[in-house]
Design a binder for this molecule. Structure first.
Ligand code: C2E
Ligand code: MG
Ligand code: MG
Length: 419
């Protein structure tokens, strides 16, 4: 007697949801492969059910043998298995897994002296930044499987662009969340590397959908831009962060808070008024607020972008250029840039211990930034060695999971007070 792998749909959904949630913050893509043994009925018919059962068992163990992580292979139907790829750096890497599965399952099976060949079709789904739920990820894989059956098993990487109904539902949910004040801000400490004290924080938007988990802030920003709610969302972020700053000031905490400004708002005249009014209403000092603007946003329309920023800088608010190093700035940029701070993009920081090129880039940005009197912040510090190295290079501030992940306001307060 052989034991067939159980059909475990519920366990699969639990595991898939867990893996989807884990991709929320790291920018990676989850891949799902749905494997269908299309000739199982035929094997049963031709050789007998014991052969079919053994073929299923062999497929299962072959899939397990190529999966490096537990909790990623499940049988979810009579002749269907799923294979979860929890974190793809590049979505097209799913093609490698597709080929591997194809090869390993198509290899001949010897069952009780008979040669059995499985005929399989594979459907695939890509889910970037936890954009959709476990159920919808499987739906995408199922429709890709249908297509693959029509195409005789050819690899097809195309995915439904953005399922219209689903995207509309998300837009509506976004609008009601904004209206009901149901977004949240988390705060990630920025550590002053000269003193070791967390004297600043970056406010990061969090959108929690009950039953679905957290949706990436990038998705929220994208929807806000698409539906014309960018300003309203920024207004909510600004007012929430400044009110929080005031509450912490009352506890005698001397903090600076940074908020992110969407690219499409830089040239919006109302933004300036919003910032000034929010600071005045809560009686918060201007130099306790930092606005983070991505380098690419400023570079898109350099002249106009600089003019817009200059107004803020002259008003006494701090300006920080986010994701610096990714926007093809020229050297002369340093001389003109109306900012107080550069945040070195985490892609350079995360790899700097293993990549001499990234190390050089970080070193050069720090040195030139200092010549022009800019404070340097490194984001994405994930270990002590990187922290120590950056401090030796003279970096002023550090931010990263090694020191702390972004935290809800009450946990941030505990972090600061324990410092
Ligand atoms: P950002 O402004 O560059 O923020 C840093 C991102 O890196 C945050 O992701 C943070 O959680 C993550 N991070 C921090 N330390 C580490 C680390 O050590 N390792 C890794 N792998 N990641 C780290 P998050 O919160 O998902 O935000 C993503 C982006 O969404 C932000 O990038 C920002 O551009 C945008 N965003 C977030 N909140 C807002 C907001 O209120 N308004 C606007 N306009 N954009 C926002
Ligand atoms: Mg930022
Ligand atoms: Mg950044």
């Amino acid at each position: 007697m052989i034991t067939l792998p159980n059909i475990e749909r519920q366990l699969f959904f639990t595991s898939l949801s867990k893996h989807i949630n884990a991709t929320k913050n790291d920018g990676s893509t989850l891949g799902l492969l749905l494997v269908d043994i299309v000739n199982l009925a035929q094997i049963n018919h031709q050789f007998g059910y014991q052969y079919g059962d053994q073929a299923l068992c062999q497929c299962h163990s072959r899939l397990l043998s190529i999966s490096r992580i537990t909790d990623t292979v499940f049988r979810i139907g009579d002749h269907q298995f799923v294979f979860i790829l929890p974190s793809l750096k590049t979505p097209s890497f799913i093609a490698l897994a597709f080929n591997k599965i194809n090869n390993v399952l198509k290899e001949e099976m010897l069952i009780d002296g008979a040669s059995v060949n499985c005929d399989i079709r594979i459907g695939l789904a890509l889910n970037k930044n936890a954009n959709f739920s476990a159920e919808n990820t499987l739906l995408v894989a199922e429709s890709s499987l249908k297509q693959s059956k029509k195409d005789n098993g050819a690899l097809n990487l195309s995915q439904p662009e953005d399922d219209n109904q689903q995207s509309q539902a998300l837009d509506e949910l976004f609008e009601s969340t904004l209206k009901d004040n149901d977004f949240e801000l988390f705060y990630q400490p920025k550590i002053n590397m000269h003193t070791g004290v967390a004297d600043s924080a970056e406010a990061l938007l969090r959108w929690h959908i009950p039953g679905e988990g957290f949706i990436s802030p990038m998705v929220a920003i994208e929807i806000a831009e698409k539906t014309g709610h960018s300003f309203d969302l920024t207004k909510w972020v600004m007012q929430t962060a400044i009110r929080q700053l005031k509450a912490w000031e009352k506890l005698n905490l001397d903090l600076t808070i940074a908020i992110n400004i969407s690219a499409d708002l830089i040239l919006e005249p109302e933004l300036f008024t919003l910032v000034q009014d929010s600071l005045a209403i809560w009686g918060v000092q201007k130099n306790h607020l930092t606005l983070e603007i991505t380098e690419t946003a400023v570079m898109e329309d350099k002249e106009a972008g600089f003019d817009g920023l200059l107004k803020f800088k002259e008003s006494g608010v701090n300006l920080s250029i986010d994701d610096f190093g990714t926007g093809y700035s020229s050297l002369s940029y340093f001389k003109q840039i109306p900012a107080n701070e550069l945040k070195i993009d985490q892609s350079f920081v995360t790899n700097m211990l293993s990549s001499p090129e990234d190390q050089q880039i970080v070193k050069i940005i720090i040195d030139i930034g200092h010549i022009f009197d800019l404070k340097l912040v490194a984001e994405g510090i994930e270990d002590q060695q990187t922290y120590d190295f950056l401090r030796e290079l003279g970096c002023d501030y550090g931010q990263g999971y090694h020191m702390s992940k972004p935290l809800p306001a009450d946990e941030f307060l505990k972090f600061i007070q324990g410092n």
